[in-house]
Design a protein around this ligand. Structure first.
Ligand SMILES: NC(=O)c1ccc[n+]([C@@H]2O[C@H](COP(=O)([O-])OP(=O)(O)OC[C@H]3O[C@@H](n4cnc5c(N)ncnc54)[C@H](OP(=O)(O)O)[C@@H]3O)[C@@H](O)[C@H]2O)c1
Length: 300
């Protein structure tokens, strides 16, 4: 039997509708959630991503401030700008689009963002909070989106064996931490595999939930998947497609057509994890604003 296809597009739509309501509630209390995006340089892909993030923020009712700086911007100037945004009461979320130009020390910039406004979840304080199981931390958007896709498809990771293939700081590691947390969407038994894992198939075949965050097309084949497993494909790979007008197409890490005949649930690429990533950025911004409201109420 063919797997249930988990549509990130549909789930993202539902989450964004819920967020609109939460934004309205905040606005009724005079608080407009604000997101600042900072883009340094003129990388076309980064411009496109930031544009999409700002458009999505505006659609959700979030105040969006897009700051674009020339690629020669000195590091000190960028750090000064971030300090200003940290202190700005109109801004609840700060996103610095990566990669940054070579002359800027990325780690210095990530540390400069106030952890309470770190909607990307990359600040070492938030990385540590997630690693130590904090249920309230602002978690990185892509793995947080995967958790929502599982839960909203009726796949609760609690008690299941989840295998994450990939150990990057952006996807694999925070994904494993989220699945391990004693919190909704967590409580799984987690295995992390990577390029040095011998016999990857032996590991993935034991997964009730398999998350592929590899960056290589067709790495997960049907014989590597346990029948009935939930398979989430984070991979986003461009492959040549001469028949397409733009000459390429985007595929994941999973051999979708074959794996969907074995798995119980499967997410497609495109239309899977991708739409959830931006949605969770909006969610983190709303959560950051709500936390500020809660702190203000507690202090009143
Ligand atoms: N949809 C979205 O919103 C979204 C967001 C972020 C990323 N992505 C996509 O997700 C994929 C992963 O991104 P990333 O930033 O995590 O990539 P990354 O930093 O390159 O990490 C890839 C991971 O995969 C492992 N790996 C590579 N080849 C492998 C193999 N043959 N067998 C087992 N493990 C292997 C690597 O192992 P080592 O550590 O040993 O090198 C590494 O841990 C990419 O396609 C990226 O474009 C999508």
């Amino acid at each position: 039997m063919s797997a249930i296809v988990i549509s990130g597009r549909e789930i993202a739509k539902a989450v964004r509708e819920e967020l609109k309501e939460r934004v309205s509630e905040l606005k009724e209390e005079g608080l407009v959630p604000g997101l600042a995006t900072v883009l340094v340089g003129d990388d076309p892909a980064s411009h496109q991503y930031v544009g999409m993030k700002n458009k999505a923020a505006v659609e959700a009712g979030i105040y969006s401030r897009q700051i674009t700086l020339p690629s020669a911007t000195p590091e000190d100037e960028l750090l000064g700008l971030i300090a200003g945004l940290n202190a700005d009461p109109e801004i609840h979320g700060i996103l610095v689009q990566l990669p940054l130009p070579d002359h800027v020390d990325e780690s210095k910039v990530l540390v400069a963002v106030d952890p309470d406004k770190d909607v990307d979840g990359f600040h070492p304080v938030n990385v540590g909070r997630l690693a130590t199981g904090d249920p309230d931390v602002l978690a990185p958007c892509t793995p947080a989106g995967v958790v929502q896709m599982l839960l909203r498809s009726g796949v609760d990771p609690a008690g299941k064996h989840a295998v994450v293939v990939g150990r990057s700081n952006i996807v694999g590691r925070p994904m494993a931490s989220l699945l391990l947390r004693k919190a909704p969407g967590g409580n799984a038994t987690v295995t992390v595999a990577h390029s040095r894992t011998p016999d990857l198939g032996a590991v993935t075949r034991d997964a009730d939930i398999l998350i592929a965050a590899i960056g290589r097309p067709d790495t997960i084949t049907a014989d590597m998947v346990k029948p009935g497993a939930a398979v989430i494909d984070v991979g986003t790979n461009r492959v040549d497609a001469p028949d397409r007008e733009r000459g390429y197409k985007v595929v994941g890490d999973v051999d979708f057509d074959a794996v969907k005949e074995v798995a119980g649930w499967i997410s497609p690429v495109p239309g899977g994890v991708g739409p959830m990533t931006i949605t969770m950025l909006l969610s983190n911004t709303v959560r950051a604003a709500e936390a500020l409201r809660a702190a203000a109420t507690a202090g009143a």
